[in-house]
Ligand binder design. Sequence first.
Ligand SMILES: Nc1ncnc2c1ncn2[C@@H]1O[C@H](COP(=O)(O)OP(=O)(O)OP(=O)(O)O)[C@@H](O)[C@H]1O
Length: 250
Amino acid sequence: MALLETTDLTRQFGNLVATDDVNLAVEAGEFRSVIGPNGAGKTTLFNLISGALFPTSGTITFAGEDVSRLPPHERVRQGIGRSFQITTVFSGLSVRENVRLAAQSGQRFSPRQRLFHPTDDFPAVEKRVEEVLSQIGLTERADERASALAYGDRRRLEIGLVLATDPRVVLLDEPTAGMSVEETRATMELIDDVLADRTVLLIEHDIDLVMNVSDRITVLNRGRELATGTPAQVAANDEVQAAYLGGVRT
Ligand SMILES: Nc1ncnc2c1ncn2[C@@H]1O[C@H](COP(=O)(O)OP(=O)(O)OP(=O)(O)O)[C@@H](O)[C@H]1O
């Protein structure tokens, strides 16, 4: 059974079908990229999976459980981590405080535990915070305000915030947007390194990068799934060529 599955997943905005009968099956440990032209429905698909939007019809199953109607924070608790939306960087807080907040939101404590024990008391949280700081290379900067970080470090912190929630699947929405070639390379190395044992779903416009890092790629076009396959299969697909890649072959 796939870790994350969507079945006939559909989301309409008025007459526009932004996500149209999408059937995804992402296996545990898989690195899956989602590509497609502007307006193809990539962000809407992520919004549906993370709970920022509810589907018009169809279902989302995670680890065998229907999560289609759960609110976002419940999905985080179940192990669906998303960068840049659920986990916002608080500029006025230190790097460590940001990571701690994310780690606490990801703790899978029962409501009773949460009520009677401030999560600060849990050494597990502090241990996790230091682990994440070290993984993202920001231990030295942990006491600085997040607002003082350089752009690249801030993006590393954002990845750290997802990681701190201890997700089983990580949704990354254009993690290298606005980065220089050098920052992009460093960020992809970081993702490869710290997320190696996790299931990753990535939206990314940089095709070369997607071809390099993905186990499989799903191509969306006008809300529909045009193709899913290995980078080589997708690159060789004529429909994908026509709709999107415009002649790029690997
Ligand atoms: N909240 C909304 N209300 C109305 N239409 C929306 C809404 N969100 C998205 N859409 C529309 O749904 C379609 C899919 O948008 P979406 O942002 O999911 O595409 P995308 O593939 O992520 O595009 P991009 O690569 O430009 O980010 C677009 O036509 C968009 O205008």
